[in-house]
Design a protein around this ligand. Structure first.
Ligand SMILES: O=C(CO)COP(=O)(O)O
Length: 229
């Protein structure tokens, strides 16, 4: 199983350091084969030691250059960071990243050999339109994406389940993952209101290879409980 924590715009450099120190101690009890990833904000990126992978929540598709406010590969390489989240619904929505932008970013980081956690997910109105609408919407989010890339991890995160406390149901996760698995033969994570109370149920669903956790990952006790329970 893959347990990934997306801090979003939470935690500072100091609190991330403390968090990862505690996490590292807790992970001595981790099951062999389980994998832990943490995506802190850009200002907290560093070369941390522990049995987890640190990734970037975002970066600009360039080595370096005149891209005010952005970080590129050079800034990630300083800390040995080779994992990145691409396509998160919050970036698609608030930062107006369209499919073309997302696909260009994906191709760039793939060429750089990064491990990519590629996020897809449908809004509520699409979910309400039924399973066929959901499948069409999600598959369109693979436009321009090389799904055969060996360092790709896909994260299915229904937009209506993110930060709402309302996770998708077991049936919804199960049927959506089954559809996605027919198209993409890579690990598939579920994200959206995953918490200690529902994690076991979610990771026991067929076709779920792990989770991408926001709110419930911010507290190290809660995130470690999810990994170790
Ligand atoms: O967006 C998410 C992870 O990328 C999920 O966020 P929540 O766990 O807060 O719903």
């Amino acid at each position: 199983m893959i347990f990934a924590a997306n801090f979003k715009t939470n935690h500072t450099r100091a609190s991330t350091r403390t968090y990862l120190k505690v996490l590292s101690e807790k992970l001595s009890a981790k099951r062999t084969g389980d994998r832990v990833m943490v995506f802190p904000p850009a200002t907290a990126l560093d070369s941390y030691k522990g049995s987890f992978t640190i990734g970037a929540q975002n970066a600009y598709p360039a080595q370096n250059g005149a891209f005010t406010g952005e970080i590129g590969v050079e800034q990630l390489e300083e800390f040995g960071i080779k994992s990145i989240l691409i396509g998160h619904s919050e970036r698609r929505e608030y930062m107006k990243e369209d499919q073309e932008t997302v696909a260009a970013k994906y191709s760039f980081f793939m060429e750089q050999g990064f491990e990519i956690v590629y996020c897809i997910g449908e809004p509520l109105e699409v979910r309400e339109a039924g399973e066929k609408a959901v499948a069409d919407y999600l598959l369109a989010q693979f436009e321009g994406i090389d799904t055969a890339y060996e360092k790709l991890i896909v994260a299915y995160e229904p937009v209506w389940a993110i930060g709402t406390g309302r996770s998708a149901t077991v049936e919804e996760i199960s049927s959506t993952h089954a559809v996605l698995k027919q198209h993409v033969k890579r690990p598939l994570l579920y994200g959206g209101s995953v918490k200690p109370a529902n994690i076991r149920e979610i990771i026991s669903i067929d076709g779920v290879d792990g989770v991408l956790v926001g709110s419930a990952s911010l507290d190290v006790e809660s995130f470690s409980e999810m990994i170790l329970s």
